[in-house]
Each structure stands twice: as structure tokens, then as C-alpha cells.
Design a protein around this ligand. Structure first.
Ligand code: IPD
Length: 326
């Protein structure tokens, strides 16, 4: 397909999660090449049909393994886990998409853990977390999600977060709004930090600096005060709570791009603000994020919390979960 082809010359349909004719998401592709992102079409009815009919393939793999005994391996820390299902789901997704779009690139959590270089280029790129919330998955704590984002020119074009046990499909396309199981999503719009529910994660880093920074950040927020601090154990689902208005803000230091790329566009398209914890522009490789219902709340959280040193996702030799500056 030529990059200069017109928006209507080809209308290739992509099934993100596919088995015969069952798809999670149909998108028309020419916009990536014609740069007419307004013509990027998410066929919501197909997607909802797939959800309602329970015919999503990859979530079935996750759900059928959910109640079973799992062989667990450690990655970067005693709290950074991987199972055979994480690896299997990532392989299914990448091979299905690559089969259809051999030129596309991938950033997958388990591929990077296995040594693949993490590099975001201008090329069409899929950023995949096959199971966000692997610790939950291992313990059968019922918040686990498949997170898939698609970028072009390093910009997130669409994102899908499927919370498997809850059967909740969050998705958004750039300029097209955000949805949960077909219903539009809107952030709360809350401006007053003292009325906020804030979501965060303890994360997988367990060194002294990371732990003391993480816990003192929670204390500082509680003392503002905020109404409450919550953690579901999956950054992707945590962040989607902001998009629903059920939470007013989310922040995290030390997560990876695959944890938050899809949910970042979901929050933005629901009317929220996504930025770095230092108040600068959101950079999905920085391993720092604030997502909030308003700029006022995001700025207030940025003033209150501190970040611990953490190498960037796209830094060479910054292996999955590695902490500290190289
Ligand atoms: C983890 C989850 C968790 C967060 C960790 C992530 P994974 O992702 O998002 O909520 O605290 O920092 O690594 O490993 O389950 O995909």
C-alpha cells in the first residue's frame, strides 16, 4: 500500500483479535497512509457485536487460564511476573497482525522481556500488553486486561483496553471519542483536588528509593486531603477509571509504555488530560504519567508528588522493569 494512496482508494479492514470472521476491532487503514486521521473509522457496531456474542478469541485464552494453576516466572523483581499465558497471548496477537500487515512494527511486553529492542519509530507500530495485571492474573484477583495501542508517526491513533473478567471493552480513536462497551465515556471534570478519588499503583520496583517515594507520594495526597486513593493492580484499567469519571486522577511512576499507551488515548478522548508527572508533555517512554479529569487536578498532583529515578523505556540496556538511571 502506498503512503500517498487516497483515503478512499483502499479500505482494508483489520481484525485486531481474529478467528475466522470474528473480530474485536475493525478499522479502516488508509488514514495511516493518507494522514487523513479524521477518516479513521472505528466500526463500533462490529466491535460491540463481538463483545456481546462473547466471541472474542484472545480474552477467552486469558479467561480459561484465569482459574487454573499457573507456572510463574520472575522478571525484573519478585513482583514482576510472567506466565505462559502472557507469552501465548502476545504471540497470538502479533502473529495475527503481522500476517496481515507484515511491514508493521511491534512493541510487546513479553517480546521486550525476551530481549527484543524497544524502539518507537514513525512506522505503524502496535504496542501490546498481553495481560496487564499479571500479579492479579496469578492470584485470580479479578482485574486483568489486554491492552493494545496503535501508533503512527509516534502518535497514538487508537487504543483498546479489554478488562477480561469484568467484560468491559474500553476503546478510543484519535478525534473519535472514547467508549465503554459502546457507550460514550466522559471524565468527571472535577477541578478540586480535595474532592478527588486518585488511583495509583505501588508498581514492581522494590528498591528503597522507589518504595519510599511511592509511599510518601500517597501520604502527601492523603494529607491534601483527597477523598481516597485506590489501586486495582492494572495500570491500564486504573487509567480507564479516569475516563469513566469513576476516578478523577491517576498517576504512576515506573510503569512501561505498554501499560498505559492505549489508556492514554482513552482518557484524552474522554476529555481528560494526560501529562508527565513533572508537568511536561506526556511522553509514553518516560515511565511517568498523570491522567486527570482536568488540567487543574493534573497540575496539583504534579506539584505534590515526586518521581524516583527510572531509566526510559527506549533507553538502550533499560531492560523491562529495570530501575535507576543507566
Ligand atoms: C503492571 C501493572 C501494574 C503496575 C506495574 C505494571 P504487567 O503491568 O500495570 O498495575 O503497577 O508497574 O508493570 O506487568 O502486569 O503487565
Amino acid at each position: 500500500m502506498s503512503r500517498t494512496s487516497g483515503a478512499h482508494t483502499r479500505n482494508t479492514q483489520l481484525c485486531v483479535l481474529l478467528q475466522s470472521d470474528v473480530c474485536l476491532l475493525h478499522v479502516s487503514f488508509p488514514c495511516f497512509y493518507s494522514h487523513q486521521t479524521s477518516e479513521f473509522t472505528l466500526l463500533v457496531s462490529n466491535l460491540n457485536h463481538a463483545v456481546q456474542s462473547g466471541s472474542l478469541v484472545v480474552p477467552q485464552v486469558v479467561l480459561s487460564a484465569f482459574q487454573q494453576h499457573k507456572e510463574v516466572k520472575l522478571k525484573s523483581s519478585p513482583a514482576d511476573l510472567v506466565t505462559e499465558t502472557d507469552q501465548r497471548v502476545e504471540k497470538i496477537l502479533i502473529s495475527a497482525i503481522r500476517n496481515r500487515y507484515p511491514q508493521h512494527r511491534f512493541i510487546g511486553e513479553e517480546s521486550v522481556a525476551a530481549g527484543e529492542r524497544l524502539e518507537l519509530t514513525d512506522s505503524p507500530t502496535w504496542i501490546i500488553d498481553p495481560i496487564d495485571g499479571t500479579v492479579n492474573f496469578v492470584h485470580r484477583f479479578p482485574f486483568v486486561a489486554i491492552s493494545i495501542a496503535f501508533t503512527f508517526n509516534k502518535q497514538i491513533q487508537f487504543g483498546i483496553v479489554y478488562s477480561c473478567v469484568e467484560d468491559k471493552l474500553f476503546y478510543a480513536q484519535r478525534g473519535g471519542g472514547a467508549f465503554l462497551n459502546g457507550e460514550p465515556l466522559y471524565v468527571s471534570g472535577q477541578q478540586d483536588i480535595s474532592r478527588c478519588v486518585v488511583v495509583t499503583e505501588i508498581g514492581a520496583e522494590r528498591d528503597d528509593v522507589a518504595l519510599s517515594t511511592t509511599t510518601s507520594n500517597i501520604c502527601r495526597l492523603l494529607k491534601l486531603p483527597v477523598h481516597g486513593v485506590r489501586a486495582l493492580g492494572t495500570a491500564a484499567v486504573d487509567m480507564c477509571q479516569v475516563a469513566t469519571g469513576g476516578a478523577d486522577a491517576y498517576y504512576h511512576i515506573g510503569m512501561h509504555c505498554w501499560d498505559i499507551a492505549a489508556s492514554a488515548i482513552i482518557v484524552q478522548e474522554a476529555g481528560g488530560v494526560v501529562m508527565d508527572t513533572d508537568g511536561s508533555e506526556f511522553d509514553m517512554m518516560s515511565r511517568r504519567v498523570i491522567a486527570a479529569s482536568s488540567a487543574t487536578v493534573a497540575d496539583r498532583i504534579a506539584q505534590v508528588i515526586q518521581a524516583f529515578p527510572c531509566c526510559r523505556d527506549d533507553e538502550d540496556n533499560c531492560r523491562c522493569g529495570a530501575t535507576g538511571v543507566n
